[in-house]
Design a binder for this molecule. Structure first.
Ligand code: UDP
Ligand code: MG
Length: 314
């Protein structure tokens, strides 16, 4: 806590090419927090934007001394930007929210109240408006079903990167230096006293989603391969079943030889080929899974930083 005994609350806001949006979302955030009796610091992390986002952020920082701008050397991604904000923060309670206006800042007082009641993690959960009609909603709900089944970690569907973390939870997260970061999963994995707060997501203030299909796919891969060994087991199980089938076939062929009916055996070129192909295919799939894990291990052992800062304002 700060000297006056006031709670210190930090906001962490990653932005990537949001020049047309930051002014407006800042205004709604300021509107929501100005009247609150806490000491706020707002960390804006510019994730290597190519437009004038940084200029807008610096202009805001010039007007509002609560704002600190962190600038990435290039686009390292949303999860890395959130990580940088959490690393830089030093408040008692740290709230992360998107810079596109989709995470209502009006919920901040409620989140702080829950923290004051003793919760370490105040996780929001998006309530879907239409019943899974858009591509994003469909892929998101399918993804959460999959990850719930294959990982031992409980993850709520619609859990957004809009949450509040106590200092203890932030420090715990900082002790997890992994490169492939799926923060939602890492936070569920930590445990701690947590509470789920439902919210309705509004549409973007302006601009379009910066989570391209490729970025969504990579996030899903990070979640699956860093939270589960299930793909390896699946490959191994399929391989085992195929080996049993192959053993059965060998016994079947042998039975013809042992009973002197070998002449009845039609040269089974096609069936042999198909078995070989199936087994070959399975081996390739399994090798692929192993390859991905080896790749992940490779990237983890390099211990590369998750992000690089260009400079630090103020
Ligand atoms: N974002 C980022 N780096 C990226 C992609 C997105 O910092 O590589 C930011 C973006 O500016 C926004 C937040 O992360 O503040 C969420 O992104 P977006 O709104 O595009 O995702 P969606 O809401 O469509 O899932
Ligand atoms: Mg958004």
């Amino acid at each position: 806590m700060s000297q006056e005994g006031q709670l210190k609350i930090d906001l962490v806001i990653p932005v990537y090419n949001e020049a047309g949006v930051v002014e407006q979302t800042y205004a709604t955030i300021a509107n929501a927090i100005d009247c609150l009796p806490y000491k706020f610091t707002i960390y804006y992390i510019d994730d290597g934007s190519q437009d004038s986002t940084v200029d807008s952020l610096n202009a805001l920082a010039g007007r509002d001394p609560r704002i600190i701008v962190l600038e990435f050397a290039r686009n390292f991604g949303h999860q890395a930007a959130l990580t940088a904000g959490l690393d830089a923060s030093n408040g008692d309670f740290v709230i992360s929210l998107d810079g596109d206006g989709q995470h209502p800042p009006e919920m901040i007082p409620q989140m702080i109240a829950l923290f004051e009641q003793g919760y370490d993690i105040v996780q929001t959960q998006r309530i879907e408006e239409g019943q899974g009609l858009s591509f994003k909603q469909l892929t998101s709900s399918g993804f959460y079903k999959l990850i719930k089944t294959i990982s031992g970690t409980r993850m709520e569907p619609g859990a957004a990167d809009f949450r509040g973390l106590s200092r203890q939870a932030v420090e715990a997260l900082k002790s997890m230096p992994e490169y492939h970061r799926f923060l939602r999963g890492m936070i569920s994995w930590m445990g701690y006293r947590s509470v789920i707060l439902p919210y309705h997501e509004t549409s973007r203030v302006a601009g379009k989603s910066k989570y391209s299909f490729g970025k969504m796919f990579r996030l899903a891969m990070d979640a699956i391969f860093s939270f589960s060994l299930m793909p390896l087991y699946l490959g191994m199980t399929a391989g085992g079943i195929l080996l049993c089938l192959a053993a059965g076939q060998i016994l079947y062929v042998l039975s013809f030889w042992l009973t002197g009916r070998s002449s009845e055996l039609v040269p089974g070129w096609s069936s042999l080929m198909s078995v070989m192909l199936v087994i070959g295919g399975m081996v390739m799939i399994l090798l692929g899974f192993i390859g991905v894990y080896v790749g992940y291990i490779f990237q983890e052992v390099k211990r590369r930083p998750v992000y690089l800062l260009k400079k630090r304002e103020k």
